[in-house]
Design a protein around this ligand. Structure first.
Ligand SMILES: Nc1nc2c(ncn2[C@@H]2O[C@H](COP(=O)(O)OP(=O)(O)O)[C@@H](O)[C@H]2O)c(=O)[nH]1
Ligand SMILES: [Mg+2]
Ligand SMILES: [Zn+2]
Ligand SMILES: [Zn+2]
Length: 394
């Protein structure tokens, strides 16, 4: 879980003293709404919307009186962006997940299909729900993901760089509510999941990485997506016409940048591994389905818990695959840089779009939520179990 208490929307540091409150006296004849310039700046709105007043606490914790109407409020709001906060700073339960990878690695498709999939999986396997925490998250999901993938069955256009479109810097913030522990000790949990879909180009310059993506060093988990079709060992064995254009740099350079950046931000000693868990994840595995173990394409057994035997077995298989695809130097470097690494493979689409970008065969994700479920289990948020008869690592 986040060590520092941050606003999940803008990453401002929060304390019980600096947290603001939103007036709750909003009915007919209630407290006058005000033009919210602070929120407008956050949401990049050209005109400030009318919203219920946000005010400082005046030194009290967990509640405050509205200075205009004297009504008591227990609804915390961020002083820097005026979003309602899902928790007080002393009860932080947010999990910040950074999705990183080179341009075209499949980050946007991963995120869009993951969120859509979680909406079904959490109700089916975890007796839970996932819901957007602010209007902007809901709007952006519809506008940037759902509209293309599910309404029009087409691919998502390239994510604009954070320098050219500042709204891509804003995270997608969800509340995950579910019951954890199926039998004994079962209880409900509410956690805030924060996703940031970065544009690969922003990671390509370490200078912009510092300024555009301060969240990266705050993340509780990193999902790094690597496109197999950008790996030399894979490209060499594939017919040229099926290959996408080569990136002008090695995609793993970005992981190197990320490691350097986190090391500097966290002031780690030389040789000290990063404690943030890394899900090293091959994307678009439908394209390499004929060269990986069929088990890796099988239906995920992580339903309501992290299935340990499969987790270990799949990790071994992907690690073996990574050893064959990447150089020993790169593998050594990655493994010595992080304390906890899981190797994964996912496909967001399950098959390729046609040349016009249409998803004629539909969307059939493969193992798309495994990296996230692994991270949730790492942080003790979902239980791990061994199912009898599940496959074990050799
Ligand atoms: N075959 C296949 N292609 C994919 C998949 N996910 C993404 N792609 C392709 O990869 C391209 C880049 O994906 P995108 O998510 O935009 O990459 P980003 O730049 O990392 O956000 C898409 O336009 C798709 O054509 C997948 O699961 N399978
Ligand atoms: Mg993108
Ligand atoms: Zn904020
Ligand atoms: Zn009021």
């Amino acid at each position: 879980m986040s060590v520092q208490n941050r606003c999940p929307f803008c990453f401002e540091k929060l304390t019980l003293q600096n947290v603001h409150f939103r007036c709750v006296n909003t009915g007919v004849g209630g407290c006058e709404p005000v033009r919210d310039e602070v929120y407008a700046r956050y949401a990049r709105l050209s005109e400030a919307p009318l919203r219920a007043a946000v005010f400082a606490s005046g030194g009290k914790a967990h509640r405050a009186d509205c200075p205009k109407c004297q009504t008591v409020s227990t609804i915390p709001a961020c002083p820097a962006c005026h979003n309602d906060l899902p928790y007080f700073p002393d009860e932080d339960n947010s999990l910040i997940i950074a999705v990183a990878g080179a341009r075209n690695a499949g980050k946007s498709h991963f995120l869009g299909v993951l969120i859509q999939t979680l909406q079904h999986q959490f109700s089916e396997y975890f007796e839970g729900t996932i819901a957007a925490l602010n209007d902007l998250t809901g709007l952006r999901f519809e506008r940037d993901f759902q509209r293309y993938l599910y309404d029009h069955l087409t691919i998502i256009p390239v994510t604009p760089s954070a320098r050219s479109n500042r709204s891509v810097r804003l995270p997608l913030v969800y509340r995950l509510s579910f019951s954890s522990g199926k039998w004994l000790g079962r209880r409900r949990r509410d956690i805030t999941l924060v996703f940031l879909d970065s544009a690969g180009e922003d990671l390509e310059k370490s200078e912009t990485m510092v300024f555009q993506n301060p969240y990266l060093a705050l993340a509780d988990g990193i999902i790094f997506l690597a496109d197999p079709l950008q790996i030399r060992a894979v490209r060499e064995t594939m017919p040229g016409r099926e290959l996408p254009e080569r990136l002008p740099y090695d995609q793993l350079q970005l992981l190197h940048r990320l490691i350097t950046f986190i090391n500097a931000r966290k002031k780690l000693k030389k040789g000290e591994p990063i404690a943030t868990p890394l899900a090293f994840c091959f994307s678009k595995i439908d394209l390499v389905g004929d060269r990986i173990d069929p088990h890796l394409l099988s239906v995920s057994p992580h339903r309501g818990f992290w299935e340990k035997s499969d987790g270990e077995f799949s990790n071994e298989l992907w690690l073996g695959q990574a050893d064959r695809w990447l150089s020993p130097q790169v593998m050594g470097y990655i493994q010595s840089s992080f304390r906890h690494i899981g190797f994964f493979g996912i496909s967001a689409l399950g098959n390729s779009p046609d040349p016009a970008g249409r998803l004629r065969k539909g969307i059939h994700p493969i193992r798309i939520s495994d990296p996230l479920l692994w991270l949730l289990n790492h942080h003790g948020l979902i239980p791990a179990k061994r199912s009898p008869g599940a496959r074990h690592a050799i």
